[in-house]
Design a protein around this ligand. Sequence first.
Ligand code: GLA
Length: 583
Amino acid sequence: MPLLQIEDDGFRLDGDPFRILSGGLHYFRVHPDLWADRLHKARLMGLNTVETYVPWNLHQPRPDEFRMDGGLDLPRFLDLAAAEGLHVLLRPGPYICAEWEGGGLPSWLLADPSMRLRSRDPRFLAAVDDYFGRLLPPLHDRLAPRGGPVLAVQVENEYGAYGDDTAYLEHLADSLHRHGVDVPLFTCDQPADLERGALPGVLATANFGSRSAEHLATLRTARPSGPLLSTEFWIGWFDRWGGNHIVRGAEQASQELDELLATGASVNFYMFHGGTNFGFMNGANDKHTYRPTVTSYDYDAPLDEAGDPTEKFAAFREVIGKYAPVPAEVPPPRAAKFGLEAVELTESIALLDAAPALGDAVASLRPLTMEELGQDYGFVLYETELPDAGPALLELEQVRDRAQVFVGGQPVGVLERERHENSLTFAVPWPGTVLTVLVENQGRVNYGQGIHDRKGLLGSVLLNGSPLDGWTSRPMPLTAPEDLPFGTASAAPTGPAFYRGTFDADRPADTFLHLDGWTKGSVWVNGFALGRYWSRGPQRSLYVPGPVLRAGANEVVVLELHAPGRERKVAFRDAPDLGPVED
Ligand code: GLA
């Protein structure tokens, strides 16, 4: 593969003028069996490059554990890109934002109460250097100088929106070099932050979604010569629970793209194909109010969540064709989906009954945070005994992020961080009644200072104004809920419960799981964590990648936190419901 050069008058590839036409495609948001399909379609739209972040938290789930297998086999993804003739822009973080849990920073960094993320805190830098030392050597052969597809590597991500410590960025650039990165580096920032986020001697690029000429002029002022690249040209957007589904019309987005390409600048669309925040991996924003991102990362991108080309794909392909050669081949319109109505979930087990199988309770004076428990994602179940009978006022200083409260096993209320709720009243029937608080981590904040987002119960817990001491904290990461001892009772358990059912698939294919009448929870199909659902919307269905299904018997497990549909049925349908649209 040829080498990228950064010249005063623009990019060159092995000496020839070159324009990067790239699109975002995060391998960790796409089932690995579908990577080749998505990459092929990227080339068919006229792209010569794809861009991906690298999620540190998935690759290094514990300080002494590093994974690069299955859906995390980044070398394989890069090889597939190369086989498709695509270059790659690699964005290894350490921080990636991306609406991803904690912006990609591993939650174990937060076990240290004074850790300062994205800074020159020596504990943070040591962890970053260790991560680069594990990630980068296996990628060395995939860098352009050795014939690989990786043309350039990004340092940090929009650092100017967070801090102004150039020495921190310099440390990262040095560390990338020390670990064998010998391709050009670049930074990206929103135009107003270019001063703070750029690194002398390193290509600065800008992120924006409209008014290209104006934003590129700002970039030109910051950097009087050199290539112009929009590293994130936002052609769609993400959704949050409780909002509407955000779309950006194909016509308007392609006009903006035309305006950008007419300037001669290079581009990476954010996103070409968004994919899915599978499992518990969505992030959240917190600009005074905590707002978690939904499971779908469809992003209203040219390729939809299921990898089918949209109207935007055709419109972009046409615009790109004005500026560069586009392959004659067009992708097939829409792949057939798997459909099956009324899959009954006949087995169940109440979450409180299943608790011993879900994690070991740890006794302590105060409730422990998820990070203190060495847990990354999922739920913590807290329990204590209430000393006195009578009216009670419970105050939880910080709920992160959503607490379901039970007295004597009966639900008495919910406290949500998003709604700034901290207290609840109830009646205690007799001394020694058990108080249970089930706390969901709804996704760590991925933007701004709020990334120091520890989970569970933080701060004081007061009962009628006095500290409530003597707790057990039980981590429930829910890594294998299908192994629980399910039973076949005909009545639905009260409160949070797991439900299981089986179904046959004659021809496995992509599909969308609809949970009509269910309230809030998470779903697994054949052990694959599809993500969270919530009747609150906007999203009302979950994408099921075809490779997750098997010909013959399949299993679906639902954790429902409140109430299941009366008939306890789910359905697989051929279309998603991403909710009411907001332009
Ligand atoms: C910023 C970040 C991206 C992403 C987008 C919004 O530009 O750099 O990671 O969060 O915002 O989707």
